[in-house]
Design a protein around this ligand. Sequence first.
Ligand code: C2O
Ligand code: CU
Length: 486
Amino acid sequence: MVGRRDFLKGLSATALVSAAGATGLLARPAQKASLGQRPLSSGGRVHEWTLVAKERPARLLGPSGPLTPVWTYSDPVMPVMRVRLGDTIRARLDNRLAEHTSIHWHGIRVPNAMDGVPYLTQPPVLSGNVFTYEVTPPDPGTFFIHPHCNESGQTGRGMTGVLIVEGDERRQPDADLVLAYKDWRLGKDGAWLDMETPEGASRAGTFGTVRSVNGAGSATGAVVPNGDIRLRVLNLDNTRIIEVGIDGADAFVIAIDGNAVEPFALDTWRMGPAMRVDILVRAPKAGRGFRVVDYFGSETWTLATYEAAGTALPARPFEPDLLYASNLPRADLQKAERMGFTFSAASGSITEAAARLDPDDPLAKILLDGLCVRDNTFWAINKASWPAGQHRELPPPLGLLKAGQSYVFELSNATPHPHPIHLHGHTFEVLSATRLKRPRHFADTVLLQPKERIEIAFVAQAGNWMFHCHVLEHLEYGMMGYLRVV
Ligand code: C2O
Ligand code: CU
């Protein structure tokens, strides 16, 4: 058994990162040269995958629990797919659901046509139809996939999977473990509860009733004593914010949203839906253990418990420089154009339809069917809400950007709720924040605290790119839009 005292000892080291009134971030680049340059990719394989989206029975309440009709891409719930940097994924999505779907490659800088947003980047993949995605991930890291329509319904029932792009390590860790967090909204009989409620959708979101890692329960396992354990933690829930810390061992954050950072000691790391963190843990000596804990809110929850067992590795200093520096385009802050985006409650009527698209615009005639919009809106970005109601037209873009130009976006939260803000197709640099202290880092999703202002910077890539909150009910009820980069 794992020693309890170790667990308790770790608790004191897990105070919130949040520092009221703390302004700005560490004024240093996201990476120092000390992480070293990554050698050219060694991949080049083509992976032919068939992902059959359909209903399958699964036991989400444990091995002797009832069956639940999950919707997944594959037999295992929460599959983990691994490729190497330089590899190409040719993924045939075979839709055997009763409704249309798609695959969005969250965090991966894909060409726009592969981004998986029905109507905006491709036609919806109708029930009974097939669509083949071809993606060559340009960056290594910890990513995931999910559909981009009826998201709370489809992802809520299980349509997601972890995608790891290997090739960022200077040396091999002693273990590489995935912890994919997700709640399920289930009754005791294993039947689904409503994925959305008006109370949830108009506030912090509708929470699941059962918490899980990698599909069911918490994770447990054995690790090599004194080993270096790479943990890839993903928050794949629709709604819940988690705040991850390690109890019983030393740990460093080594990557955020898949992107290597100059390692820093992990206190706790707060993650909204869609956010990921890679942590390097030095396993304790034999007979001891450590836990991965969610410290958010009043009740802690253990994501995983590991016991150090077997032949110990020799004691040696803990060097957290496991990863090569990332190699991402960096905005030119001197020449960057600034734009502001305010995330707020919806203003006025649902038909407040801003200006229509220019009639010559190829997107002007696109009608969104009922599956991609809800019958009401609660949320908005710059006062515009993603449209509600049956057969509404695609709204005009939230911004018109120039390809190759650097941008600084100022994101402001005018609501009492946190919003994890995600931009498709780009990895941005988080430059500054007014409430939650974080190092300067690259990310694809950033958690905007209530009343917070955050600056992000990136170089615009051509395409129509979604920009939205990743609390799935928030995006579905209005807090979603897109940028057009030409
Ligand atoms: Cu995971 Cu539009 O996002
Ligand atoms: Cu939100």
